[in-house]
Design a protein. Structure first.
Length: 519
């Protein structure tokens, strides 16, 4: 029988005792409910500030009354889409779909590359454009915004938009390099592009996307290694290149043995140097270092630490002799309780969200108890940042709050959810030695369907492995068509039935519960 959950084999060591299953699942259901409710409130709050003429949302609520690709489109709007996908399908099919159509209609300035749209003038914010700014905005929109939507729901009008952006970014590649014309050579933009191109290559198998990704990777690995510089930003606006190179390296390992062999030494050299000079005593990465001298150029720890460790696990997954990369991840996860109250970005919601997101993605592979305790604490810090209006801090970073709240919700439910969603309903789950215990709670009578996650990496993106990567939503408990599970009452469930959703009913004093496991 095929494995039904990538996580299941890892979590049995911390499976909850049988007598405590219901209690823990019920607690998880309440966190799930609060996290999804926070996303719904965020969605409704931001829609109140949409431009009446276009329905586009502003970059900022106190100034910057314009839509732009690198912020409003990349960091906020996509998580309104995903919040609506799980809590308000009419909103998704209505105004949020209209926004996608409108931003392409009014914001595309050069081919399908967007520019800033000013709400006060109903025109482009600047009379002239700079192609490098358009490429930057489009790359951010693709990687930070459209990739997460595609990771969750697969091919859609949003992935179509991403493919159009990637095509036109490359159409305007004008920078002459050792590997040919490239659209950008900065760590941030090139990293964005490698990550987006890698996902879209797996999903479409379009050979152009692989060749473009290989071209960018060769530029860095063979000519301009990111650690052969005087300045390496491991924070946002720099760390993207490390994750991007790891993703393209995974393509080479699977499909191009010669490239994989040629890139192995420089890839390891880069990762080894970062581990050597850029970690503190707890395993967290510094925001800015000089790789040549090993000097720390700041004392700040980056909230993107987990994003960079994704690259180590990805490389270790294909280069199995690098167990030390796994050990480095385990080290930082076990030390997280010691930095539980670290003031990420001055204790801003965005910093807390990024740190928690990175930790959850690593915990999906290695759920060590110390990291689980830390993540519970961080969840409390994150959710406390939302105001009673539903707004968090009133800028495009509010979308990162919703992104991570969604991730928390599905961590606590192991990917399960109900349809239709309702504010008083929570879904909680815990692993058992054979499978999963699920509880659905409600404050009033509820009828609906209990739905389970599927192996999205293989079914939606056609990836050969679920390697750790930025802007994915971890898979916790997944159901394939061939899955066969048996309930604690002896009922046999096949994959088709589970994927269609189980009809359930609940009430305050009678929560729905089911335990599923291998026959």
């Amino acid at each position: 029988m095929k494995k039904v959950c990538c996580f299941l084999t890892l979590i049995t060591s911390i499976a909850v005792a049988e007598s405590d299953l219901m209690e823990q699942a019920t607690k998880n259901a309440e966190v799930n409910r609060k996290a999804l409710l926070a996303c719904r409130r965020y969605l409704e709050a931001w829609l109140q500030f949409a431009d009446p003429a276009t329905h586009l949302i502003p970059r900022n609520l106190s100034r910057d009354f314009y839509w732009n690709a690198k912020d409003a489109a990349a960091d906020n709007y996509p998580f309104m889409v995903l919040s609506a996908y799980f809590t308000s399908k009419p909103t998704l099919d209505g105004i949020l779909t209209d926004i996608l159509k409108t931003e392409q209609k009014v914001c595309n300035r050069v081919d399908r590359l967007p520019d800033d749209w000013d709400f006060r003038t109903q025109a482009f914010r600047t009379p002239e454009y700079r192609i490098e700014n358009l490429i930057f905005g489009a790359a951010e929109y693709a990687k930070d915004g459209l990739v997460p939507i595609t990771e969750m729901i697969g091919p859609s009008p949003w992935s179509d938009r991403m493919l159009a952006l990637l095509e036109d970014i490359w159409k305007h590649a004008t920078i002459q390099t050792e590997v040919g014309l490239l659209p950008d050579t900065s760590h941030e933009v090139a990293g964005d592009l490698m990550q987006s191109l890698a996902r879209m290559y797996w999903m479409t198998k379009n050979p152009r996307y692989k060749e473009w990704a290989f071209q960018l990777a060769a530029y860095f690995l063979m000519h301009h290694l990111p650690t052969d510089t005087d300045r390496l930003q491991i924070d946002d606006h720099g760390c993207e290149v490390i994750g991007g190179l790891a993703e393209v390296y995974c393509i080479a390992a699977n499909e191009d043995p010669d490239r994989h062999a040629a890139w192995r030494a420089p890839m390891h050299k880069m990762l080894d140097r970062v581990l050597e000079i850029a970690r503190d005593e707890h395993g967290l990465f510094l925001s800015l270092v000089n790789p040549r001298t090993g000097e720390w150029l700041t004392e700040d720890r980056t909230d993107n630490w987990g994003y960079t460790y994704n690259a180590y696990l990805s490389v270790a997954q294909v280069d199995k002799d690098r167990k030390d990369y796994v050990d480095a991840v385990l080290f930082v996860l076990k030390n997280l309780p010691q930095v539980a109250d670290y003031p990420w970005e001055g204790d801003k919601s965005d910093g807390i969200a990024d740190s928690l997101e990175g930790g959850l993605n690593l915990m999906n592979r290695f759920p060590v108890p110390e990291a689980v305790s830390w993540a519970d604490h961080m969840t409390g810090r994150l959710l406390s940042k939302q105001r009673d209006t539903g707004i968090i801090e009133g800028w495009h970073g509010d979308g990162n709050f919703a992104r991570t709240a969604l991730m928390v919700a599905f961590w606590k439910s192991l990917g399960a959810y109900v349809d239709p969603w309702r504010a008083d309903v929570g879904v909680g789950a815990v692993p058992t030695e054979k499978g999963i215990q699920v509880v659905v709670t409600s404050q009033w009578p509820y009828q609906g369907r209990l739905c389970f996650d599927r192996p999205r990496h293989s079914e939606l993106l056609h990836m050969p492995q679920d390697y750790p990567r930025l802007n994915q939503f971890p898979e916790w408990f997944t159901v394939s068509p061939e899955t066969q599970l048996i309930s604690d009452t002896g009922d046999l469930y096949d994959g088709k039935r589970l994927r269609e959703g189980l009809a359930i009913s609940t009430d305050r004093d009678k929560p729905f519960q089911i335990q599923l496991g291998k026959p």
